[in-house]
Ligand binder design. Structure first.
Ligand code: CA
Length: 362
């Protein structure tokens, strides 16, 4: 097309499209306002850059927010210790020094012991059940009320699925074998183990392998076959126990509440949608990669389950921990009541649906 023809055609086209254009502009006004205003959020994580599944999950989350918003919502992800130390993301977001963080809820029990329930409970709900309690059983309302006191707004930001019970240098057959054992195990699981005579140790991720290999600790838990194998634990211990203490740990995308409330409803919906997508993807990725990694563990590794005696004692110790904490903290008591109400409701149905089916299928 010659330049002159192009100008003529464009001029006619422009005049005939003018009215239609006006109407479309009106219809798209709300979208145009949101899309026109570019929003940038700073999000810090508790993981190293591109850390498998958790780190790559939040990278994808940020990309999806950008994509779904047509580029108007940009989330800049800062891996641990780049902008904020790994375990200070809660405080810095609360103080509005950054806008958001991606981390594990179990880290914040020092702020309020009730938070440990939102992170997942030993011998408690699985990932799918936790998500159901949070979304439909009143969990989210309580979580948001309690985080609101820190000017924070939490959203589920992934889940690990069932975690393994950990790596032990010696076989554990009786309760007596646990006495005096040094084990890296955080959270409520650590408190239960302590009541069974274990000495729980807190160690930065980077020091766990060396401590286990040198015998400074006797045991450690981490996540599951995929991430545990990457840590090299299969080279430092031979007994790998099935899980009991983290059946469905929950991760979080948490925003500064004032910042969240200032976002457009469109951007809020995009963040919520991208978080839900990340949660589903993470659960599926953990399932697939753990299944693969299990096949690849060396023959020297023996998979074991804790004895009935140990699990029975763990249940008693857990009840004691929950009772003691409920006496000390009314928030803990309220959250636990909601959690247990859902657990009861869910159990009757789960027994005749999922549990029954898995039994007959196997
Ligand atoms: Ca763990």
């Amino acid at each position: 097309m010659k330049r002159r023809d192009f100008i003529t055609t464009t001029a006619i086209g422009a005049s005939s499209l003018a009215l239609l254009g006006c109407r479309r502009a009106e219809e798209n006004k709300s979208v145009a306002i949101n899309r026109g205003k570019k929003v940038k959020l700073k999000l810090a994580t508790s993981w190293p850059a591109h850390f498998p599944i958790m780190g790559t999950g939040v990278d994808t989350f940020a990309n999806r927010c950008k994509q779904l918003s047509g580029g108007s919502l940009e989330i800049q992800v800062y891996p641990k210790n780049i902008l904020v130390p790994a375990l200070q993301v809660f405080d810095t977001t609360s103080a509005a020094q950054i806008d958001a963080f991606h981390s594990g809820v179990y880290y914040w029990k020092g702020k309020n012991s009730a938070f440990s329930i939102f992170g997942g409970m030993p011998l408690g709900l699985t990932s799918e059940e936790m998500i159901t309690w949070l979304k439909f059983g009143g969990g989210y309302d309580l979580w948001r009320e309690l985080y609101g006191k820190f000017n924070l707004y939490p959203i589920i930001g992934g889940t690990t699925g069932p975690q393994m019970g950990g790596w032990f240098k010696k076989e554990i057959q009786t309760l007596a074998d646990l006495k005096g054992l040094k084990m890296r195990i955080p959270g409520l699981g650590g408190e239960v183990m302590q009541r069974l005579g274990v000495n729980p140790v807190l160690l930065p991720a980077g020091e766990i392998y060396t401590s286990l290999e040198r015998g400074t600790i006797d045991a450690t838990e981490w996540v599951g076959p995929y991430l545990d194998k990457m840590m090299g634990f299969d080279k430092a211990a031979s007994y790998y126990y099935t899980g009991w203490h983290e059946p469905g740990s929950i991760l979080e995308i948490t925003l500064n509440k004032t910042r969240w409330e200032k976002l457009s409803t469109e951007h809020q919906a995009i963040i919520t949608t991208a978080s839900e997508e990340m949660t589903g993807n993470m659960l599926q990725e953990f399932r697939y990669k753990n299944a693969q990694a299990l096949q690849e563990l060396p023959k020297s590794v023996q998979i074991k389950s804790f004895s009935k005696e140990i699990i029975r004692a763990a249940k008693v110790a857990l009840d004691e921990v929950l009772y003691d904490e409920s006496q000390k903290n009314d928030d803990f008591k309220r959250v636990l009541q909601s959690y247990q109400t859902f657990t009861q409701l869910n159990k009757a149905w789960d027994d005749i649906s999922t549990k029954n089916f898995l039994e007959i299928r196997s």
